[in-house]
Design a protein around this ligand. Structure first.
Ligand code: HEM
Length: 462
């Protein structure tokens, strides 16, 4: 019996991916982080890929981890259910997001919230509202840009996108409360990647205090909406279209969605509004600045649309923006090269074997999209910004070698909105201005951003 157990153990450990686990406790985290701060974060993976193959073991962020830089293995991880893998985040992040965050919940509740939010984000009604808002805010912002002015693209993009998404999420209009929310939100996200110490004065503590203030504001608005809904229900039988994501969640009949769950999720949903989408717009400007040919073609495509619409006396609809194929290719290529979310982490709930690699129960698995997106076997001249590589391809779909928005049950429900907002911003930029970019660098950790916030000197077009 003993030898059978030993044989099984040996067989099991032979399936465990090769690799090193580094120092006691910290493992290889320090090397991982120092690479992450460099212009080539994937160098940590590249070195190990050469030695051990595309899937290897390591020890990062306090847990033994299997790292996948293999498109098929990562696809399997994304497609798996919560009985196999559950999301895993650093402790400071889980503390700040709370237990009921969509990023943390599993099973039927996650599917319910994901389904409701996803359907709302895909609705034509919301896309039309976002298009109207975005056009207004972009025009308003750009009207203040004078000839020769230095504009910080990252700041402008953050300002515009935050207001739009917050309106779509909780129905708040620009004004004092929006300003307050933005301030508190900035305090909140500053602690997302901090030390997990909750003592008064610590970074995490201050972020939690800011979250409390946001929760108070959002819960008051939820209570008002619930009351309003009750009053409306007494007087009319008509079903009004939801105006924002809170409306969608309070209309759910399951009674599972408490005010706490709703407010926590609204705050988490502001993260892409403050961070990911503005970074997408900023990186697009960065790559276009470095590639005059792409910029010229983008400008021509957008000018043609503008002129056609002006001739017809029509305003631009969301479908017009999305129909611009080269503009979409520019956005796709920005997503591939920029890797705004470099990968996702999960924890194995049981022993899992994928393509001959064992991921033991309790271990973390890190599906690192960045290495796949920059793999020379999949993308020729992978480090080159080349929007033409997407010509004629259906890039809206996530394939296993292109997963900027993840995949499977947790596929980003905001992907259409992110693309739409980027299209509108780029349209107004290239049809209204030419620009000369100042020197700047991409910083990749803890989140992707531009070191100098992407300064460009703008000139108005006649
Ligand atoms: C460029 C912009 C964006 C990028 C690169 C991005 C990327 C991602 C990725 C990779 C995931 C998968 C996470 C996982 O599997 O654990 C995700 C999930 C998610 N995203 Fe986005 N996202 C973006 C914009 C947005 C926007 C605009 C929203 C909505 C306001 C949004 C809402 C969400 C939500 C709610 C989830 C969690 C879904 C779930 O776990 O069920 N994202 N996003």
């Amino acid at each position: 019996k003993c030898s059978m157990i030993n044989r099984r153990r040996r067989a099991r450990s032979s399936l465990l991916p090769k690799g090193t686990v580094g120092w006691p406790l910290v493992g290889e985290t320090l090397e991982f982080v120092s690479c992450a701060y460099s212009p080539r974060p994937e160098s940590f993976m590249d070195k190990r890929r050469l030695m051990y193959g595309k899937v290897f073991k390591s020890h990062v962020f306090g847990s033994p981890t299997v790292v996948s830089t293999d498109a098929e293995v990562s696809k399997f991880i994304l497609q798996s259910d919560a009985d196999v893998f559950v999301p895993w985040y650093p402790k400071s992040l889980t503390e700040l997001m709370g237990k009921s965050s969509i990023l943390m919940i599993n099973g039927s509740l996650q599917r319910r919230v994901h389904g409701l939010i996803g359907a709302f984000f895909k609705s034509e009604h919301l896309k039309a509202q976002i298009t109207g808002d975005m056009q207004r805010y972009v025009a308003e912002t750009m009207s203040h840009w004078s000839d020769g002015q230095l504009v910080l693209v990252q700041d402008e993009a953050k300002h515009i996108v935050f207001q739009i998404l917050v309106r779509g999420l909780i129905g708040l209009q620009p004004g004092k409360e929006m300003q307050f929310l933005k301030q508190q939100f900035q305090e909140f996200i500053a602690g997302l990647m901090s030390l997990p110490v909750k003592l008064p004065g610590s970074r995490l503590y201050r972020s939690l205090q800011a979250k409390k203030k946001m929760v108070k504001l959002i819960q008051k608005s939820i209570r008002d909406k619930r009351l309003n809904r009750k009053n409306k229900n007494c007087c009319s039988t008509s079903n009004l279209l939801p105006e924002d994501a809170v409306d969608v969640l309070i209309n759910d009949s399951s009674e599972q969605l408490t005010d706490e769950l709703i407010s926590d999720n609204m705050i988490d949903l502001m993260i892409p509004a403050e961070d990911s989408v503005p970074v997408l717009l900023t990186l697009a400007v960065k790559y276009l600045s470095d590639c005059p040919l792409a910029r010229k073609q983008l400008q021509e495509e957008n000018m043609q649309l503008k002129e056609r619409k002006t001739l017809l006396g029509e305003t631009l609809q969301w479908t017009d923006y999305m129909s611009l194929s080269f503009t979409q290719d520019v956005i796709t290529e920005t997503l591939r090269l920029g890797n705004i979310i470099s990968g996702i982490m999960r924890k194995a709930m049981k022993d899992v074997e994928i393509k001959g690699h064992l991921i033991p129960k309790g271990w973390c698995v890190f599906a690192y999209f960045r290495s796949v997106h920059l793999d020379e076997d999949l993308y020729q001249e992978a480090y080159k910004f080349n929007p033409w590589r997407w010509k004629g391809k259906d890039e809206m779909m996530s394939t296993s070698s292109f997963t900027p928005f993840g995949g499977g049950r947790r596929l980003c429900p905001g992907l259409d909105l992110a693309r739409l907002e980027a299209s509108i911003f780029l349209h107004h930029l290239v049809t209204g201005f030419t620009w000369v970019a100042e020197e700047d660098q991409i910083v990749n950790f803890p989140t992707v951003k531009m070191k100098r916030r992407m300064p460009i000197r703008v000139s108005k077009m006649n």
